[in-house]
Design a protein around this ligand. Structure first.
Ligand SMILES: NC(=O)c1ccc[n+]([C@@H]2O[C@H](COP(=O)([O-])OP(=O)(O)OC[C@H]3O[C@@H](n4cnc5c(N)ncnc54)[C@H](OP(=O)(O)O)[C@@H]3O)[C@@H](O)[C@H]2O)c1
Length: 244
């Protein structure tokens, strides 16, 4: 498919997991992709795999100066930007009673504040036909034991798209949320462990975890003109977990 021919995309958290799978799919569909993350070795491995239409910028979404460097690199090489997949995220478990200020700060600084500045700082490079995709989660809709901070941060992400669709009126830029369910990635393994992953998989009507490529395919749909009449929406790619 060539739905993204000539398009330029930024994917935060694009070196691993869902972001990496989306980068691969975007490039297969014709895009030029900038991936962004904190670990140089992960970025290097991803770019080696993704090929000549990928670039990596090292940095944290929690650092505005890092985001400025990311968009300066995009501007210098491509001039404009068509697609932002604000996907960098962290998640860890702490039950009510054990929640710490550090836990809240880490979760919200990355998943909410970092995502806000990822999008806000992209806007000067974007225009008519632009697509912003925010990675939410089925956890933004459901409850899960010990997962309240993460789940609340993803509920916030879902709501940001509703207000931003209003703020973006007249720009021709769309904004949507892509909410995966349990997906076989580093984050899922670190957050809930192998056993926890099996439990989440069993809870979905499809009885399995997603392969990251299945989420990347939905991201490509939202990035492309195939979703041209969609804004402020949430697309669940969650095996039905939060839909039943
Ligand atoms: N896997 C699931 O079951 C699942 C389900 C629903 C939603 N999600 C969401 O999907 C997104 C991607 O997660 P994943 O499952 O693919 O896990 P992952 O492989 O751990 O991906 C997370 C990515 O975010 C990057 N990242 C984390 N903090 C960052 C920061 N401060 N600045 C820049 N990059 C940062 C990480 O790279 P560095 O560590 O190198 O910075 C990593 O590449 C997250 O938003 C997650 O909440 C995942």
């Amino acid at each position: 498919m060539t739905r993204l021919n000539g398009k330029t995309a930024v994917i935060t958290g694009g070196a691993t997991g869902i972001g990496r799978a989306a980068a691969k799919r975007f490039i297969e569909e014709g895009a030029f992709v900038f991936i962004f993350g904190r670990r140089q070795e992960a970025l290097d491995a991803a770019v080696a795999d993704l090929g000549p239409n990928a670039r990596a910028v090292k940095g944290s979404v929690t650092d505005e100066a890092d985001l400025d460097r990311l968009y300066a690199a995009v501007k210098a090489e491509r001039g404009t930007l068509d697609i932002v997949l604000a996907n960098a995220g962290v998640g860890s478990l702490l039950p009510l009673g054990k929640i710490t200020a550090e836990h809240i700060a880490e979760t919200f600084d990355t998943n909410v504040k970092g995502l806000i500045f990822t999008v806000q700082k992209a806007l000067p490079l974007m225009g008519e036909g632009g697509s912003i995709i925010l990675t939410g989660s089925s956890a933004g809709t459901t409850g899960a034991p010990a997962f309240s901070a993460y789940s609340a941060s993803k509920a916030a992400v879902r709501n940001l798209a509703r207000s931003w669709a209003e703020d973006l009126k007249g720009t021709g830029i769309r904004v949507n949320v892509l909410s995966p369910g349990p997906t076989a990635t580093e984050l899922a393994k670190a957050a809930v462990g192998e056993e926890g992953m099996k439990v989440f998989a069993a809870m979905t009507p499809l009885k399995r975890m997603a392969d990251p490529a299945e989420i990347g395919a939905v991201a490509a749909f939202l990035a492309s003109q195939d979703s041209s009449f969609m804004t402020a929406s949430e697309v669940a790619a969650d095996g039905g977990l939060a839909q039943i």
